[in-house]
Design a protein around this ligand. Structure first.
Ligand code: ZN
Length: 459
């Protein structure tokens, strides 16, 4: 008989994995799950959490977050950003490379960001390596340093130091990323189309929210996804399409994928919850690129999530100081494009998905945890609740009805397109490697660890 010494037992909860929902206790030792089963008895002063009436999901892995540190910490920063993520049930996140200063396009910049994140992050983190024209030689060193993958823009990023790739850079970079066995995450919009339409609108004095949305049509997204996929197939590069904005784009990408492209498809909560009407009413706080679409597109996108066409739901949390989200002269094109959403991904999936559309909890676990863990080489250490995995847990009261108020938000700037909205389903506790980080962090000295794809660790 093995001596069952646990640090912590989480009792009486309903465990959710991508396959099933079942009643069991979870025992934790040294940050890992060491037992899952009925009636696990804590011994030797082990801690105990009573999860009666709660569901326990694998901690979310949010692979699309802009914390903007170092250099633009006044936009968000790792301390506030990761507290917000923890409040949303997220236990691991990947930080995007563009808004930090310097941008994460060199191995030196990656090391600087790693040090900043290690100091301030309260959950585990991965770092994206930026791919821009002229830095292909930096990709391999950044991946060897532990980056989770590379990220590039096919249209302007809004950050001057992080220019879009041309087709040559795309092909050369993909060849290099394929050689390293890594993944390219791509912002897929057609630069020529979006620039032309935006300039035409602005010259004509059409600068409203509606005009902005019209300047980034679905065609631009579908064309860019198709071009990226063709390049990925030619170079045998693994591709991840970030923030697909509509079901139509997702199904299009899926059709291309069926031609043999190794591609995963991501969408974000705002494309599942907001429409063009919200953009006109809520204004800057709901601006992003590609823009939120029509009600029909929202419903088709939910179908794509349910059908498994969408692999990952990530926040694309991209905050900015409030003054950058306003346009006193009515020029919506000048407003910073990025939605604050780090804290509300699961709320949208539970309220709009599980409660309103019958989305299975297993699907929620799949798109927020197990799929991202698999795609980026973290599975089964992350992304699942089973023996041997990290004890990254999100405890949820599915039935709680509550209204999101500014005071609930842990962001540096308390902005959200969902302020004042009722949700059903609330995160009540988040644990990273067995350590409570929300609502009351156990230990102020606690900090997150960097995660890297297993394939690279082994190499
Ligand atoms: Zn983004």
């Amino acid at each position: 008989m093995i001596d069952l010494v646990y640090d912590l037992v989480v009792r009486n909860g309903q465990i959710v994995t991508e396959d099933r929902v079942f009643a069991a206790d979870i025992a934790v030792r040294d940050g890992r799950i060491v037992a899952v089963g009925p009636t696990l008895v804590p011994k030797n002063n082990a801690g105990e959490i009573d999860a009666r009436g709660l569901h326990i999901l694998p901690g979310l892995i949010d692979i699309h977050v802009h914390c903007n540190e170092p250099g633009r910490t006044h936009w968000e920063g790792f301390a506030t950003g990761t507290r917000s993520l923890a409040a949303g049930g997220v236990t691991t996140f990947f930080d995007m490379p563009l808004n930090s200063s310097p941008p994460t396009t060199t191995v030196q910049a990656l090391k600087v960001k790693k040090a900043a994140a290690t100091r301030a992050a309260v959950i585990d983190y991965g770092l994206w390596a930026g791919m821009v024209p002229g830095n292909i030689g930096q990709l391999a060193p950044m991946l060897a340093e532990g980056a989770v993958g590379c990220k590039a823009f096919m249209s302007g990023s809004g950050i001057e130091e992080f220019p879009a790739v041309d087709d040559r850079t795309l092909l050369e970079g993909m060849s290099e990323i394929a050689r390293m066995g890594s993944v390219l995450a791509i912002h897929a919009e057609n630069e020529a189309v979006t620039t032309w339409l935006a300039q035409s609108a602005m010259v004509a004095g059409r600068r409203s929210a509606h005009d902005y949305a019209a300047s980034r049509p679905l065609l631009s997204e579908i064309e860019a996804i198709t071009r990226a996929a063709a390049c990925a197939q030619a170079t045998e590069c693994r591709l991840h399409v970030v923030h697909v904005s509509s079901g139509e784009a997702a199904y299009w990408a899926d059709a291309v994928r069926r031609q043999g492209v190794d591609m995963t498809i991501e969408t974000c909560p705002h494309y599942l919850a907001l429409t063009g009407d919200d953009l006109e009413q809520k204004h800057g706080v709901a601006k992003c690129a590609p823009p939120v679409r029509s009600r029909d597109h929202v419903e088709t996108l939910w179908r794509a999530v349910r059908d498994g066409v969408v692999d990952v739901v990530a926040s694309d949390h991209s905050p900015a100081p409030p003054e950058m989200k306003e346009s006193p002269d009515g020029d919506f094109f000048a407003v910073w494009g990025g939605i604050s959403g780090a804290q509300t991904t699961l709320n949208v999936l539970l309220d709009e998905g599980y409660w309103q559309r019958g989305l299975a909890l297993q699907t929620v676990a799949r798109v927020t945890a197990s799929n991202p863990a698999r795609r980026f080489g973290l599975y089964p250490t992350k992304g699942v609740i089973k023996v041997g995995s990290d004890a990254d847990l999100c405890l949820v009261d599915l039935s709680a009805r509550w209204r999101l108020e500014a005071g609930d938000l842990c962001y540096r700037h308390r902005q959200s397109p969902y302020l004042g909205r009722m949700f059903r389903g609330r995160v009540v506790r988040t644990l990273v490697r067995g350590h409570t980080v929300f609502p009351d962090p156990e230990d102020q000295g606690w900090h997150g660890q960097m995660v890297s794809p297993g394939v690279l660790q082994a190499a």
